[in-house]
Design a binder for this molecule. Structure first.
Ligand code: UDX
Length: 462
């Protein structure tokens, strides 16, 4: 031990504060990181918004402290993520309430808890750096998306200068030479009306990264070596660590689900033949039109493959919950198909009967699939999903995009390609190779374990 105060035997216990962005795809990795740090001896205090608040009962070892988020109910329900971020950051920064700063002050003053070393915050919570600086607290940033995604943010001014962005219809398939293998359509961008907002948001997100004491990215060295190298050489922050995939560092993965997981589906999987099942899920935010929903239903039925399909409440536009299925559908898939509202996804992907994953290329889902050697059909919608798809298809060759209109015949074809054809089998082989790389980085002495050790040491030195 090298602590102050002359005690040399054991280090005084320290505490970290964590503050995730309140969306499932961000809550999970932050909780997994907190678990891993807790397992290595740090006490954990979780700051959270009222919107999508966690259930403290599921993690009695952690402290939970609410932060007033001022999110109007309408915005929270709208699914407008940029609007929600704006509202949240504005509320936390509000001068008159000094909302976040006040919370931090009282958390730091709590003498029953070990002294706080730093706050680990989600890169999108732009109000954190200033509030933390005001109370003298060091910050670490967690990026829950890929290293490539951060590379794209870093390149944003260049992408505008050189005319790649805003994207032009005629240039969507043009390669972005500075960011291989991305093309214009793979970049992170938004609808025209939101472009300026997004640009500002990303500029501020980069400031938040640059002003912090360290950066943690949920990826691993062997997956994105060139992308991590660029970040390390171009950013001016002391530490950049890649201890991912974070879900593999934590053993209690169901503890942060916002919806109840249907564990009954595991019994159903147990009865299926090896590698026969297509798992279908589009994450926590993506949605589809009722017409598309019908095409998916009939496409799945036509493929003849067993499928486990997650239809999340609200994921079909214009309806709150799973509406009636098309007439004849349930009879057509009796015994071969199962529809549920929310899955224990990591358990499903690890199940030996699952042979493919039709997904939206959210970064967590991508990492979870890679970790189990499951090849993918990608149907990206927004944000980083297009670039994740490009990496799945072009960089790692462990899946392919289903492009264009969702139509039952094309869906059936894509499923057959993945589940039956040689191309799919090759993708599965390469996915198994990646799975080995994941196992390797998680072993003692592997890159992710070393990164975690470094992180803990660094936190204790702050
Ligand atoms: C969003 C963005 O879409 C994503 O691209 C970005 O990188 C993070 O924020 P989301 O759309 O929810 O996330 O997708 P994803 O990143 O895949 O996260 C979803 C999480 O929910 C995963 O950890 C997955 O295991 C979990 N999940 C999903 C379940 O537990 N059950 C389900 O049925 C579906």
């Amino acid at each position: 031990g090298d602590d102050a105060g002359g005690r040399t035997t054991s280090r005084r216990r320290r505490r970290i504060l964590v503050f995730p962005l309140p969306f499932q795809g961000h809550i999970n990795p932050m909780r997994q990181l907190a678990d891993a740090l807790h397992a290595r001896g740090l006490a954990v205090t979780v700051l959270h918004t009222r919107f999508n608040a966690p259930d403290p009962g599921r993690r009695p070892e952690f402290r939970f402290v609410p932060v007033p988020d001022g999110v109007p109910a309408g915005v929270a329900a709208s699914g407008d993520v940029i609007g929600l971020l704006d509202a949240m950051n504005a509320a936390m920064e509000a001068e008159e309430s000094a909302a976040l700063r006040g919370v931090l002050e009282s958390v730091l003053a709590d003498e029953e808890q070990p002294p706080a070393a730093c706050i680990v915050f989600d890169a999108n919570l732009l109000a954190v750096p200033r509030a933390a600086a005001a109370v003298g607290l060091k910050t670490l940033v967690l990026r829950t998306a890929s290293a490539a995604c951060l590379g794209c943010f870093m390149a944003y001014p260049m992408l505008h200068q050189k005319g790649y962005l805003p994207p032009q219809e005629s240039k969507m398939y043009m390669p972005v030479e500075e960011l291989p293998p991305l093309r214009v359509r793979d970049l992170f961008y938004s609808s025209r009306s939101d472009q300026e907002k997004l640009r500002n948001l990303l500029a501020r997100a980069m400031e938040a990264v640059n002003s912090s004491s360290g950066l943690v990215i949920n990826t691993f060295d062997a997956l994105e070596p060139a992308e991590l190298e660029r970040i390390r050489s171009e950013l001016r922050i002391p530490t950049v660590l890649a201890p991912g995939p974070l879900h593999k560092l934590s053993s209690k993965n169901t503890a942060s689900s916002l919806l109840d997981e249907d564990h009954g589906c595991i019994k159903w999987l147990d009865k299926q033949p090896p590698r026969s099942v297509l798992y279908v899920s589009f994450g926590s935010l993506a949605s589809m039109d009722p017409d598309e929903f019908l095409e998916v239903a009939w496409g799945l039925a036509a493929s003849g493959h067993p499928f486990l399909w997650v239809v999340r409440p609200g994921s079909v536009r214009g309806s709150e919950d799973i509406q009636g299925f098309p007439e004849g559908f349930e009879a057509a898939v009796e015994g071969t198909g199962k529809v549920i509202r929310w899955a224990p996804q990591q358990e499903v992907l690890a199940h030996p009967v699952v042979g493919g994953f039709w997904m939206h290329s959210g970064w967590n889902s991508t990492m979870e699939s890679i970790s189990e050697g499951v090849p993918m059909i990608c149907r990206p919608q927004f944000a980083d999903q297009m670039m994740n798809t490009r990496y799945v298809e072009k960089m790692w060759s462990v899946g392919f995009e289903l492009e264009g209109e969702l139509e039952r015949g094309r869906i059936e074809e894509a499923i057959r390609k993945l589940m039956e054809e040689r191309e799919g089998a090759e993708m599965r082989e390469r996915a198994m190779e990646l799975k080995k790389k994941v196992a390797h980085c998680l072993k003692s002495g592997g890159s992710s374990q070393i990164a975690m050790d470094k992180l803990v040491k660094y936190i204790l030195s702050l």
